[in-house]
Design a protein around this ligand. Structure first.
Ligand code: TYD
Length: 207
């Protein structure tokens, strides 16, 4: 069991909930050589950057500043947490990574996919995930289930049109490189989605 696995999806899809459940599953089933972490943040300096990015008071932040801050948080977290764990032969599950920037900043904000891919290549170099688990649920359904967006979160608070672009962006990335994605239909119950994730990870030999 080894590798770098990222978990992606639109806001409100239940990604954090599912990731916590997966962590609990690993603990209860003796998968010890594994760590769970998240972006933006995940380490001391990166968490400080996260606060600046998500603070609803920072409404004047430019899109490009936002893109650079995500990339800055990413490289710090990669050096602090992800690289050391991978070097020790651990499996790393990371809640969001470069694909979030591709779709939120590149496509959602409209900065352009190529530009954001290049920026992130500069930040992470060769450290790309072996697989990306994509929790597939439209933002309309995700927010309905969640009971609306979190008003204190600058990103989540953006209009639905933005979140639709993000969702279409994920679908586009999956289409471009299907072998790298594990697509999970997240429209069912939490239990169903959890079961789907576990069986897909087993099928790929990750668990
Ligand atoms: P996250 O904490 O994962 O939110 P949630 O648990 O609700 O999914 O991410 C915070 C927000 O940051 C989320 O709206 C997605 C956004 N984001 C980007 O826009 N670009 C990025 O590169 C990353 C990592 C996150």
């Amino acid at each position: 069991m080894k590798g770098f696995i990222t978990i992606e999806g639109c806001d409100g899809v239940g990604k954090t909930y599912q990731t916590n459940w997966l962590r609990q599953y690993c603990e209860e089933n003796g998968y010890n050589n594994v760590i769970f972490t998240r972006e933006p943040g995940g380490s001391d300096i990166a968490e400080q950057i996260r606060k600046i990015i998500l603070d609803a008071k920072n409404e004047k932040m430019t899109d490009m500043c936002e893109a650079f801050l995500y990339a800055a948080s990413r490289i710090q977290h990669l050096e602090d947490i992800v690289k050391p764990a991978l070097e020790q032969g651990k499996t790393v599950f990371c809640d969001r990574f470069v694909h979030s920037s591709y779709v939120y900043q590149g496509l959602g904000r409209g900065l352009g996919l190529e530009k954001i891919v290049a920026l992130n290549k500069l930040a992470v170099g060769e450290y790309m995930p072996e697989y990306t688990v994509f929790l597939d649920l439209s933002p309309e359904d995700a927010f309905k289930r969640k009971g609306g967006a979190d008003k204190t979160d600058r990103m989540e608070n953006t209009d639905l049109q933005f979140h639709k672009k993000v969702y279409q962006g994920y679908k586009y990335l999956v289409e471009q490189d299907p072998s790298k994605f594990i697509v999970i239909d997240a429209s069912g119950s939490c239990e169903e989605t959890h079961e789907k994730i576990i069986s897909a990870l087993k099928e790929k030999g990750i668990l």
